[in-house]
Write a protein that binds this ligand. Structure first.
Ligand code: NAP
Length: 243
């Protein structure tokens, strides 16, 4: 316990689901956690829950589709030891029905914002020869799934960026890895209804994940226990990409 005492972390999308569970897990181990999101209300709830558990957290409002907000968030969090690029959107539906605005939002939140947050924060980690970045991708970046083309493509970009950044910043003492979750019960997936159940039915373990099960792997990747892991995209998907 307390393996992250003295460390600071930024968890984007820490107001909900996987990000909220990851922020709680990092704080439980002693990290001071910055949580970003758009919703002041959910941000306050997440901070309150962490504080009630004895941890330290602060909410920063930032809309990751806004380059100005991304720059402000990067400036505020420039010295963090741990960056978790978790915020994401996952619009579903046929390719020919996806509005251009949804495509643009998906790539802005899932690819462009992590890119520029990392561009601002990784060099500061490299200068200290210390720090770690964890991206959150998805199992559907690993194989084709009808109805999730833009989402899968955006996360495939994130998976590749994980490897590119591991090559770029690894020599400077910064580890960059990713978790690749399977279907996870979060406020975001609640809205998916039958589509979510259909995905869950393809999982060898026969169930969806709890956010805490993904957060546990994020915590491991953030800790020194993962000191020789760099450039890994770790499946946390109940066995889905194995079959
Ligand atoms: P969620 O419950 O929908 O939460 C999404 C988070 O992203 C929220 O905290 C939200 O914050 C933030 N966010 C979305 N758009 C944003 C924007 N424009 N600006 C700033 N923040 C924004 O999602 P989740 O299910 O926990 O998913 C978290 C991550 O895991 C995503 O990257 C997702 O692709 C990935 N993932 C999820 C699953 C799954 O089954 N749940 C599976 C594989 C991968 P606000 O609403 O406060 O803005």
């Amino acid at each position: 316990m307390g393996e992250l005492v003295g460390k600071t972390a930024l968890v984007t999308g820490g107001t909900s689901g996987i990000g909220r569970a990851a922020a709680a897990a990092l704080a439980r181990e002693g990290a001071q956690v910055l949580i970003s999101g758009r919703s002041e209300e959910r941000g306050a709830e997440a901070v309150e829950a962490i504080t009630a558990d004895g941890g330290e957290a602060e909410f920063i409002r930032a809309d990751l589709t806004s380059p100005k907000d991304v720059r402000a968030l990067a400036a505020r969090a420039s010295e963090v030891d741990i960056l978790v690029n978790n915020a994401g959107v996952f619009p579903g539906g046929p390719t020919h029905e996806l509005p251009e605005s949804a495509f643009d939002e998906t790539f802005a939140v899932n690819v462009k914002a992590p890119f520029y947050l990392t561009a601002a924060i990784a060099p500061r980690m490299a200068a200290r020869a210390s720090g770690t970045i964890i991206n959150v991708t998805t199992m559907v970046a690993e194989f084709g799934m009808a109805g999730l083309s833009a989402y899968g493509a955006s996360k495939a970009a994130t998976a590749l960026l994980t490897k590119a950044w591991a090559a770029e910043y690894g020599p400077h003492g910064v580890r960059v890895n990713a978790v690749s979750p399977g279907p996870t019960l979060t406020p975001g997936t609640k809205a998916m209804g039958d589509g979510f159940a259909a995905i869950v039915s393809t999982i060898p373990l026969g169930r969806a994940a709890r956010p805490e099960e993904i957060a546990e792997v994020i915590l491991f990747l953030a800790s020194d226990r993962a000191s020789y892991l760099n450039g890994a995209v770790v499946p946390v998907d109940g066995g889905r990409v194995a079959v």
